[in-house]
Design a binder for this molecule. Structure first.
Ligand code: GRF
Length: 220
């Protein structure tokens, strides 16, 4: 039974779904201001769909080959988001690039998590690239989504030092732990309307502390 006073989330995944799971765990706290109304995947085999089903959350698959065009595919997903009456759309490892029509339909309501300190290392293989390019710091970013891939307004980041012994796997695992702290915290602030996007700018309430780079401080 969905609680009416909490905001509803549509979480879009393509695979493992560990960030979705971290948000799901957070929603179990009674004071958390949001709950997951639906989990949507472009991959019927996504592990995260099973996780959602076990928790009695609507879990829907929209395999791309079932649709004749990208537009038809996105339209079906948009219809499911409306059907779920979602307030916010949370991209959590959703591996398709969204059209500008999709992004504009949910302006200010659509966020993504990316495993790098944006604007560094947009796109794939971020951990490998951070190591091979000799970066000393790495981390994750939650941002509003716009039509430019990994290019929307940054909300918050968590960083760590790359260790001499790190390889892409160990680094990915350490960054993922940060992701699981960062994403539920940012979703909470979004749902409680302590942060919002206003004319492309990040606006925050008095409850939110900004860092010197004007991104949101999340206490670890
Ligand atoms: C995460 O690293 C996320 O930052 C990126 O895709 C990965 C998804 O992992 N966008 P999971 O499916 O949440 O476990």
């Amino acid at each position: 039974m969905l609680n009416k006073s909490r905001k509803k989330l549509a979480v879009l995944i393509s695979g493992r779904g560990s960030n979705m799971e971290a948000i799901l765990e957070a929603t179990k706290q009674p004071e958390y201001p949001a709950e997951i109304a639906v989990v949507i995947s472009d991959n019927a085999e996504a592990k995260g769909l099973e996780t959602a089903k076990v928790e009695n959350i609507a879990a829907l698959a929209f395999p791309r080959p079932d649709y004749s065009s990208k537009r038809d595919h996105e339209d079906a997903i948009i219809a499911a988001i409306y059907e779920a009456d979602a307030d916010f759309i949370i991209l959590a490892g959703y591996m398709r690039i969204l059209t500008s029509d999709f992004v504009e339909a949910f302006d200010g309501k659509l966020i993504n998590i990316h495993p790098s300190l944006l604007p560094e290392f947009k796109g794939l293989d971020t951990h490998e690239r951070a190591i091979s390019e000799g970066a000393t710091e790495h981390g994750c970013t939650v941002h509003f989504v716009n039509a430019e891939m990994d290019g929307g307004k940054i909300i918050s980041q968590m960083a760590l030092q790359i260790l001499p012994e790190d390889d892409a796997k160990t680094l990915a695992a350490r960054v993922l732990k940060l992701e699981h702290k960062l994403y539920p915290a940012v979703v909470s602030l979004l749902a409680s309307q302590d942060i919002k996007l206003d004319n492309g700018e990040l606006c925050v309430s008095d409850a939110v502390t900004l860092k010197s780079d004007k991104t949101v401080l999340i206490e670890t």
